[in-house]
Design a protein around this ligand. Structure first.
Ligand code: AKG
Length: 237
């Protein structure tokens, strides 16, 4: 990857300053941060094995309450290959009739989404400079055939807030473009335990997942990959 900046820090993460953060995932003593482009910060291998396992348990617990569903494309109704669910006060959904949106409830169960685990809020607090906490944590599940086409995340009212993405399980080829769909793209792999942050000016950059490498990780018994993306939707509340 060209133009990388590599920052290695041996100091512990910043202290938490939000009352609702009770549990904290312990990561590495040495944290590597790579600036892939201004506004795209990559933390390879950030979560150690125990932290990945803990996070997986949080996801599994959330999915008992809010099972994975298969979103469909606006207008065509074509199903996504990625299965999804959410944690938080708001969750991202999509269907043929109403299209892309955030809503407070699961599209099938009609129940509120389970809360975002405090351990994830703590990571947001540690790694972003943003003063407001995320309201949605989208859970993407990729089996070996799933892909996510080039797109940008622009359904949020708050486009100043970063998007923080965590990868668990099989590694995936991530494609990062620019602010225009026609801009050149580059690819790199996201492996289990990696964190990626998109913030202005890359907050609304095009990106996607080209492919998942089956069998790259043994974290998930069934194989595949979970990706969590935490988003702030509203400007303030
Ligand atoms: O799976 C990933 O790493 C990317 C997910 C993504 O692009 C999204 O949820 O908008």
């Amino acid at each position: 990857m060209p133009d990388q900046m590599c920052r290695v820090s041996d100091s512990p993460p910043l202290p938490m300053n939000h009352d609702n953060i009770k549990e904290k995932i312990i990561v590495r003593e040495i944290v590597m941060e790579i600036e892939i482009a201004p506004g795209c910060r990559y933390f390879p291998d950030f979560l150690n094995q125990a932290a990945q396992q803990k996070l997986l348990e949080h996801i599994q617990k959330a999915l008992l309450k809010a099972p994975l569903f298969q979103p469909t494309m606006p207008k065509t109704g074509k199903p996504f290959s990625v299965a999804m669910s959410n944690m938080g006060t708001l969750g991202w959904v999509s269907d043929k009739v109403q299209g892309y949106r955030y809503q407070e409830t699961h599209p099938t169960t009609r129940q509120n989404w389970p809360p975002i685990p405090s351990t994830l809020l703590a990571l947001w607090d540690d790694l972003t400079d943003f003063s407001l906490l995320p309201e949605a944590c989208l859970i993407n599940y990729y089996d070996a055939k799933a892909r996510m086409g080039l797109h940008r995340d622009a359904d949020e009212q708050n486009l100043q807030a970063p998007i923080m993405s965590l990868s668990l399980g099989d590694k995936a080829q991530f494609r990062l473009g620019g602010l225009k769909r026609s801009d050149p793209t580059r690819t790199f792999f996201l492996s289990s335990g990696d964190i990626l942050i998109l913030e202005p000016p890359m907050r609304i950059a095009y990106h996607g997942i080209d492919r998942v490498i089956a069998g790259a990780s043994r974290l998930l018994a069934q194989g595949g990959r979970y990706n969590l993306t935490m988003r702030r939707i509203t400007p303030d509340r």
